[in-house]
Design a protein around this ligand. Structure first.
Ligand SMILES: Cc1cc2nc3c(=O)[nH]c(=O)nc-3n(C[C@H](O)[C@H](O)[C@H](O)COP(=O)(O)OP(=O)(O)OC[C@H]3O[C@@H](n4cnc5c(N)ncnc54)[C@H](O)[C@@H]3O)c2cc1C
Ligand code: SF4
Length: 512
């Protein structure tokens, strides 16, 4: 055999570089379901199901093309990890070379390099063309910059791709329309939003679900409502459905949350994109086309483009630029264990209970739920960022480390000392009250920081400001928040500190 071409679970793209110069006579495609990928963190059943179902569908489509595929199914082989499986497979298949597209996790790349080295084989790591900027070009942009900020990167990407550009000027005369966005629903709530198109499991996916129950029955989350796209064709349908029915409302309401409304105007496309069932270029073309046809306003389209062309590419660049050291950071020296309720949703805090329950039911929460509910609470409480990272990597169907880790360590927990975000995303319960209806049926009051009914977010917010006062008081962008501490009398500060300690002790007592 000439090449053993490894296709990873998040590389399900027939046009990827893995297939370049593929010779069915001399090469073999190799895919494997490996327990370590579901066990290195305690992975949600829906995430395992999504990956395995999409892999099995993809392998079947390759076989329909008469391409040679060796596919190792969970329970039908003795291997635990890539390192183990490849070691044995290389001995029996005797390829001359290993080929793989850049993996989405540093850990996996390390295992593949190790397996190739041990076997004395060259490993051809090919560029992942899924992304709009490759790692080298990101590095070129990033080098010599004192700090890396999304805004500069995003403008550069707009100029580079010509997306929403008129020559060198942004369409509509502005780079962003945030002032028109960030709306809450108000008391009346979101009204009727067309539900996203769902994809009930077919026979292949049902088979995976059975396997998941057998092998990972004790893992968190439910499969009751599993309805994610698992093929490229379904991902296209999901895109069309989003652009037709919800893109127009995306901009104004992207930050709003509402009880029993997990998706609102969000696209639900992250998982399909991260598995490479769907290309970001195709997604961007579809939303630009909607703008040009007058189906969606510029504020919504630009807001969406910023996420895909900006944030998604930016976090990947950050990840590869700083791994593996990135994982070691803990700039706020946070040490508290992750509260046990993150795995059950069993807490009196309604915002957390609803966001976590939704996460366990669907493997999904939208950006503000991740950043300003679960992420914010962990930040304010002072949870060890590695534990926060392990949770996020486990519970969301779209979690792959290149995108999850910078969002958690950088944007949400400020563990990277501001490499990615200029200041901590710290806020009190009042932010959640403004952007959702959660507080309306919660026993706590977001306006209070002390007393039995004080909102724990608000108590911990002021405590967070006090704990990090010396560091941020003179911060150019966050200073205002910290200067507000000056309004607090000493007795109030002390009462907040005591209550924060009590919250920490109680949560620690419940175990992680
Ligand atoms: C703490 C935390 C953890 C996160 N973990 C993940 C993760 O594991 N995987 C993941 O794909 N996204 C992650 N995100 C980013 C974002 O929350 C999700 O991409 C989004 O919620 C997915 O839902 P959607 O497809 O409906 O997105 P929409 O709200 O419809 O947004 C459109 C698309 O933009 C992209 N996008 C939006 N925000 C970001 C962002 N901050 N970084 C990268 N891409 C973005 C996604 O591809 C998304 O599909 C995380 C954010 C935070 C704050
Ligand atoms: S009052 Fe506080 S804990 Fe309760 S829902 Fe609002 S923000 Fe969450």
């Amino acid at each position: 055999m000439r090449n053993l071409v490894i296709v990873l679970g998040d590389q399900l793209d027939r046009t990827s570089a893995a297939f370049d110069m593929f010779d069915a006579e001399r090469d073999l495609l190799w895919m494997a379901e490996l327990p370590q990928e579901s066990e290195h963190v305690w992975v949600h059943k829906a995430r395992i199901t999504l990956f395995l179902a999409a892999m099995r569908h993809f392998a079947a489509s390759l076989e329909r093309e008469a391409l040679p595929v060796r596919y190792l199914r969970i329970g039908e082989h003795p291997y635990s990890s890539f390192a183990e499986a490849l070691g044995a497979e290389i001995s029996s298949l005797e390829p001359k070379r290993l080929v793989v597209v850049e993996p989405g996790e540093h850990r996996v790349l390390t295992q593949l390099c190790g397996a190739a080295k041990r076997a004395g084989l060259p490993l051809d790591v090919r560029t992942d063309r899924h992304f709009l900027i490759d790692r080298k070009s990101f590095e070129h942009w990033a080098q010599d910059r004192k700090s890396l900020r999304l805004e500069q990167f995003y403008r550069r990407m707009r100029l580079r791709t010509g997306i929403l550009m008129e020559g060198r000027k942004p369409v509509g005369g502005a780079w962003n329309f945030d002032r028109e966005n960030r709306k809450a629903f108000g008391r009346a709530g979101p009204g009727t939003i067309r539900a996203p198109r769902l994809f009930p499991p077919d026979a292949v996916t049902l088979g995976v679900m059975q396997d998941v129950e057998v092998h990972y029955g004790d893992h968190p989350g439910s499969l009751q409502s599993f309805d994610w796209p698992v093929t490229a064709a379904q991902a296209q349908q999901a895109l069309k459905d989003f652009v037709t029915h919800r893109l127009a409302g995306f901009g104004p309401y992207q930050d709003a949350c509402w009880t029993d409304e997990p998706y609102l105007y969000h696209s639900r496309l992250s998982a399909a994109m991260n598995l490479k069932l769907l290309s970001p270029r195709v997604v961007l073309e579809a939303v630009i086309d909607a703008y040009e046809r007058g189906v969606a306003p510029l504020a919504s389209v630009e807001g969406f483009v910023r996420q895909v062309l900006g944030w998604r590419e930016f976090v990947r660049g950050i990840y590869w630029r700083h791994m593996p050291e990135y994982l070691e950071q803990n700039s706020l020296r946070a040490q508290q264990p992750l509260p046990a309720f993150y795995w059950s949703g069993a807490t009196e805090m309604r915002c957390l209970a609803e966001t976590i329950t939704q996460t366990l039911d669907h493997g999904y929460a939208h950006h503000i739920q991740r950043l300003m509910v679960t992420g914010l609470f962990a930040l304010l409480l002072g949870v060890d960022p590695r534990q926060v990272h392990a949770w996020y990597l486990a519970v969301y169907v779209d979690a792959v480390e290149w995108v999850e880790l910078p969002n958690v360590f950088g944007m949400s927990q400020f563990a990277d000392d501001g490499m990615m975000a200029s200041k901590p995303y710290a806020a009190s319960g009042k932010y959640i009250q403004r952007m959702s209806n959660y507080c309306a049926h919660c026993r706590f009051d977001p306006a209070d920081s002390t007393g039995d009914t004080a909102c724990p977010f608000t108590t911990l917010y002021w405590d967070f400001l006090m704990r990090h006062e010396a560091r941020f008081r003179r911060h150019p962008r966050a200073g205002m928040q910290w200067r507000n501490l000056g309004r607090l009398a000493d007795e109030k500060r002390e009462a907040i500190r005591r209550r924060a300690e009590k919250i920490r002790a109680e949560l620690q007592g419940q175990g992680a």
